[in-house]
Design a protein around this ligand. Structure first.
Ligand SMILES: O=C(O)CCC(=O)C(=O)O
Ligand SMILES: [Fe+2]
Length: 240
């Protein structure tokens, strides 16, 4: 695993100037952008504004909430993994939904001050380019994605391809590997190796926002150590 990583950076000096075009371009070309805020934003106003200027926000639940708290407030098994202190292997968000939100954003209200909760990032497109063509073909076939219980909405699994053109969805732990062909399993293993090889660690600092192309970059985190670590998340679709 590579240890340091330099995402394209944008500095916001005031909430009046959100540099939307610059962010849009960076998301399109580089697949990610790391913003630092020179002002207080306790309500994640910037994150909300960015998500609706760059796309269409995707509600997290039936009550239509756009912002989701990511902090260690439940025990493993009692809610969404993002709300536990557990580590999170590389994944794309909502991999089991169709369509998946194209982008995600994370606003850091308080970083883990005890050295945990480090972000893991991997450019899935680069991994796909290095994958043998027959495995790329296998990843374009349907896999069965289990829908985590807390997100069921009446459906417990979906058949979906991991790769569609140059877009991908991925979360290995919810794939039904017993339903995979031997070729599909080999493809998963090679893809995972390439991802691991290209994984970077990044410490997201207080008052920053990370925007990711969720169909290109995979993200994850190491175990959260600081009970006060606090991020807010948005997901959003491309503008139609
Ligand atoms: O806690 C983090 O750094 C990210 C958690 C995560 O993957 C998510 O909220 O989607
Ligand atoms: Fe995630």
């Amino acid at each position: 695993m590579k240890t340091s990583f330099s995402a394209p950076k944008v500095k916001l000096e005031t909430p009046e100037v959100l540099k939307i075009e610059e962010c849009q371009k960076l998301l399109e070309v580089d697949g990610l952008v790391y913003l630092s805020l020179d002002f207080e934003d306790p309500d994640s106003w910037v994150l909300q504004r960015l998500s609706s200027a760059l796309g269409c926000p995707h509600p997290h639940n039936v009550s239509g909430e756009i912002l989701w708290n990511v902090r260690p407030e439940v025990l493993p098994g009692q809610g969404a993994r993002s709300q536990t202190a557990l580590s999170f292997p590389l994944h794309t968000d909502c991999s089991f939904e169709d369509p998946t939100p194209r982008f995600i954003g994370l606003h850091v209200l308080r970083q883990d001050r005890l050295g945990g909760g480090r972000s893991l990032l991997a450019d899935g497109r680069k991994a796909l380019q290095r994958l043998e063509p027959r495995y790329r073909q296998a990843l374009s076939q349907d896999y069965i994605f289990g829908v985590p219980e807390e997100f069921h909405k009446g459906v417990s699994s979906r058949r979906l391809p991991i790769v569609t053109g140059d877009k991908l969805r991925y979360r290995r732990e919810i794939l039904d590997e017993t339903a995979c062909s031997p070729e599909q399993l080999k493809a998963l293993n090679q893809f995972e190796e390439l991802l691991t090889d290209g994984t970077h660690q990044m410490v997201l600092e207080d008052s920053t926002i990370l925007l990711l192309d969720n169909c290109r970059f995979l993200h994850g985190r190491t175990e959260v150590v600081d009970p006060q670590r606090y991020l807010r998340r948005v997901r959003f679709h491309e503008k139609r």
